[in-house]
Write a protein that binds this ligand. Structure first.
Ligand code: FAD
Length: 506
């Protein structure tokens, strides 16, 4: 292996000194994503990259990837770094490629209804751009501000618009991908490329940066709806809001977004902002269309909500929540850390799923909020979050919540989303025998496992020696189960917000 100084000089020759970082501070910034990892994780993984590279072109990405063959340094692709399971964090140091300098919108084709973008641009920027031209994106990840186009595609993200506009995968027409050997692959469907190419676009959807680095994407567009109206309804309990969401689908309505949020979320938000609505279990539904279409949908939703005991809230509540729709995890400021468990469950089991999530949270004596949204006509996303203080020794035990939630999702015929660094043990349960196909594809595209090696289907440690170099995925599951058991044995609940304790006593 070449020395780190030599590797640094080679990177600087490729990108210039201002786009290669190696200071302690920068390396620390890139040593975590949105998930809170306890300090003890550093015993297992080298989470700090040796270098951070900031390419501006596909050729530069290819150049950095090729350099890895001489330095033998691992490569970690990263977009906004907002993932929840360590996918964009190194496990053995190496070169982290931050894609956010590739953030240009390359052009819109109004006739063909597509927009071409670089992979490091945020979804919000793309959304604002196309809306100014009279178009809309059929699907927008919930975290549109922080998440990049390449990151969301690789995460298999869900978000706004799925029920009406189809999945994010359907919304991607084609991709430019730098493969692990540094060559460029252009994916496209037969229709998009005049029948000239096999469509490999879906291969990279949800690949979590293990198969190549997406540098460009062409996204499909729809005409911009005339009007968006957010509506909110309070319910006597969260499962009733879950039943309401199911009733929306059963009635054949296709709102742009429909979510259930428990009162605890607003208890946390109130501790941070005085303009937060009164804590209630509620549903937020955004409808779109012409004035008449919106009015018709609103009437139908009012009727469905009242069947579940829902009461319509003043328009200002919906307007405020819709404006803040990208800022869901302010509560992190109360506790210094936060863990989100992201699962897909069959829509028919949503009312049971929200109850289960609250039960697991309470059993583990955690502070947290239960939330869910419609993904498509048969599936709901269940994404509760819990607060944790990862600076305290007991803080890390909150990771046990993610394990228990994933297990519960499987029991409800669903599954957790995202494997990254520490949820790898879920892969086989999700895909059964098809799991071997994943390692086979990885073997073909990246035989040396240099891009995000040791993630998604195996867990490498920072130690390169035989016997210690990897943790069997079931071993990770046992570790997180032990965290859950320790968490349950903890005599008292964490105290981050007094009002939360009062609400649980009352
Ligand atoms: C407020 C908030 C809301 C969220 N809501 C949702 C949600 O509703 N649904 C959901 O699915 N997720 C959600 N997430 C999780 C996360 O934000 C999304 O998965 C997001 O799309 C990830 O994008 P990113 O650019 O931050 O990717 P990163 O976190 O940087 O990376 C994610 C994965 O993609 C890889 N990667 C990144 N860029 C590239 C690239 N150009 N080429 C190849 N691989 C790449 C990384 O190596 C990593 O494995 C949310 C997160 C937050 C903070």
């Amino acid at each position: 292996m070449a020395s780190l100084d030599y590797a640094y000089r080679r990177l600087v020759n490729t990108l210039g000194p201002e786009r290669v970082a190696r200071s302690e501070f920068e390396r620390m910034v890139y040593s975590h994503d949105f998930a809170s990892l306890p300090k003890i994780a550093l015993l297992q993984w080298r989470l700090y990259p040796d270098f951070v590279a900031l390419p501006q072109t596909t050729e530069e990405v290819s150049g950095v990837v090729k350099l890895s063959d001489e330095s033998l340094l691992q490569i970690t692709p990263r977009g906004g770094g907002t993932g929840w399971c360590g996918g964009s964090v190194p496990n053995r140091g190496g070169v982290l490629i931050d894609m956010r300098k590739m953030n240009h919108i390359l052009g819109i084709d109004p006739d063909g209804r597509t927009v071409a973008v670089e992979a490091g641009v945020s979804w919000k920027e793309v959304e604002d751009f196309v809306e100014a031209k009279g178009f809309a994106l059929p699907h927008v990840p919930l975290n549109a501000i922080g998440s990049t186009v390449g990151g969301a595609i690789n995460s298999g993200s869900t978000g706004f618009g799925g029920l009406r506009g189809g999945s994010l995968r359907d919304a991607v027409a084609n991709l430019d991908v730098v493969l692990p050997d540094g060559s460029l692959l252009k994916t496209a469907s037969g229709a998009d490329a005049g029948g000239a190419l096999a469509d490999l676009t879906p291969l990279f959807f949800g690949a979590e940066g293990t198969l190549g680095i997406v540098t460009k994407a062409v996204l499909r567009l729809i005409p911009k709806p005339e009007l968006t109206r957010p509506l909110t309804y309070s319910f006597p309990e969260l499962p009733a809001a879950g039943r309401f969401l199911k009733a929306i689908v059963d009635a054949g309505l296709t709102p742009y977004h429909a979510a259930a949020v428990d009162r605890d979320h607003f208890v946390f938000e109130r501790a941070l902002r005085s303009d937060t609505p009164e804590p209630v279990d509620l549903a937020l539904v955004a409808v779109q269309g012409s004035k008449d279409e919106v009015a018709d949908q609103e009437k139908a939703l009012d009727a469905l909500a009242s069947k579940e005991g829902g009461a319509k809230l003043p328009p200002a509540v919906g307007d405020g929540l819709w404006r803040e729709r990208h800022n869901n995890y302010g509560a992190r400021r109360l506790s210094r850390g936060l863990m989100i468990s992201y699962n897909l469950v069959p829509l028919r089991r949503l009312p049971e799923a929200v109850e289960t999530a609250a039960r697991i949270r309470d059993k583990l004596k955690l502070n947290g909020s239960v939330q869910a949204h419609l993904v498509d006509s048969t599936t709901a996303a269940l994404n509760p979050y819990v607060l944790m203080d990862d600076t305290r020794p007991s803080g890390g035990t909150a990771l046990g919540f993610v394990k228990r939630m994933g297990d519960a999702a499987f029991k409800m015929d669903g599954h957790p989303m995202g494997l990254g660094l520490f949820l790898v043990f879920n892969l086989r349960k999700m895909h059964g025998n098809a799991t071997s196909a994943y390692s086979a594809v990885k073997g073909v595209l990246d035989p040396r496992k240099k891009i995000n090696g040791g993630k998604t289907f195996e867990v490498w440690t920072k130690y390169p020696w035989p016997g210690l170099r990897a943790i069997p995925p079931p071993g990770m599951a046992i570790g997180l189960e032990v965290a859950a058991i320790l968490r349950r044995a903890k005599p008292t609940r964490d105290r981050f917000v007094r009002a939360y304790e009062h609400s649980k006593e009352g």
